[in-house]
Design a protein around this ligand. Structure first.
Ligand code: HEC
Length: 118
């Protein structure tokens, strides 16, 4: 994306934002209710914060905080794993800290749940 001009980036963003979201439905449905619980309530005793406070109750995104509802299982899983391993993010993003408290089971459950959210 380094080669995109600001105008082209804006046009592309407007186009992508105009496409109605469609759930990927590719997670493990048996884990969806566990994932929903973590998304809504977090796991306070494990220092895991709830996601909905920032991303919206249905993962619909709030201003510059991105939509999570319906994203592909493998994409969300990879993002959370990479942050947990210290990969970089947008400057000032809370996500590396948020993800550092998630274990493999929580990541599987969250990514599964989100893939089914409409
Ligand atoms: C304090 C606010 C906050 C909380 C709490 C939070 N997030 Fe985020 N999240 C953000 C912001 C801001 C971004 C965009 C910046 C970035 O990508 O780092 C983001 C980005 C993401 C992305 C990347 C989406 C994409 O399209 O690439 C995923 C996945 C994600 N968050 C998952 C979660 C999950 C799962 C939780 C709960 C365990 C959570 N977030 C809790 C603020 C938050």
């Amino acid at each position: 994306v380094a080669a995109l001009s600001p105008a082209a980036a804006r046009d592309l963003a407007n186009y992508l934002a105009s496409i109605p979201p469609k759930p990927a439905n590719d997670g493990d449905s048996a884990l969806a209710s566990k994932g929903k619980r973590i998304f809504m309530e977090g796991i306070p005793e494990a220092n895991i914060v709830s996601c909905y406070a920032c991303h919206g109750p249905n993962g619909e995104g709030v201003r510059d905080i991105p939509r999570l509802g319906g994203l592909a299982y493998f994409y969300v899983k990879a993002r959370l794993e990479q942050w947990g391993q210290g990969y970089h993010s947008t400057a000032g993003s809370p996500m590396p800290l948020v993800a550092s408290h998630l274990g493999p089971d929580e990541i599987e459950a969250l990514a599964s749940y989100l893939s089914f959210v409409k």
